[in-house]
Design a protein. Sequence first.
Length: 216
Amino acid sequence: MSPLTLVIGNKNYSSWSLRPWLAMKQAKLEFAEVRIPLDTPETQARILQYSSAGRVPVLIHNDLTVWDSLAIGEYLAEQFPGHWWPKERKARALARSVSAEMHSGFSNLRQHMPMDCRARLPGQGRAPGVQTDIDRVVEIWRTCRQQFGAEGDFLFGQFTFADAMYAPVVSRFVTYEVELGGIAKAYADSIWSLPAMQEWVTAAAAESEYLTESKL
């Protein structure tokens, strides 16, 4: 068995699982994948076999357990040198800041536009506060691309963990057909067209589970 194991939820719904999964794929790390369907009578007991936090994702590295997407990203950056964060100090600080903002914010977007890779729901989810969240996401993407994105197609040129943090938002924008233009659309297209992203979406489409509500 691979020394790296990532425990995830349903690919169709679990945005937090997508984040480290995509980053690990982009870094070309070999890892085993354990998928635990969410919202079943067995879900909690199965997750607790891997982490007492009771949530996915969970990274198992030999005898060590790391949970929470952002913590997993930081741990992998320490253990497997690569382009997890921008090398330049100011860019790296901005990347961590926008990643933390994604981690803790955008509650209206999460609640009213939950990730559902299989669905196409144009015009839905436009509850109060959602457009403010969308505008802020677009502002972040534009700022990062304009200041530090000249050497590639992603927020800081090359793919970093900040891109993994915003990949589920790209999926949401596809599902709810959020209209984007200019820099934001070009960036979203770059994320959506990644082979690893399409691998996740294809697997999500093949899942049979349906959740009545998801805010993951």
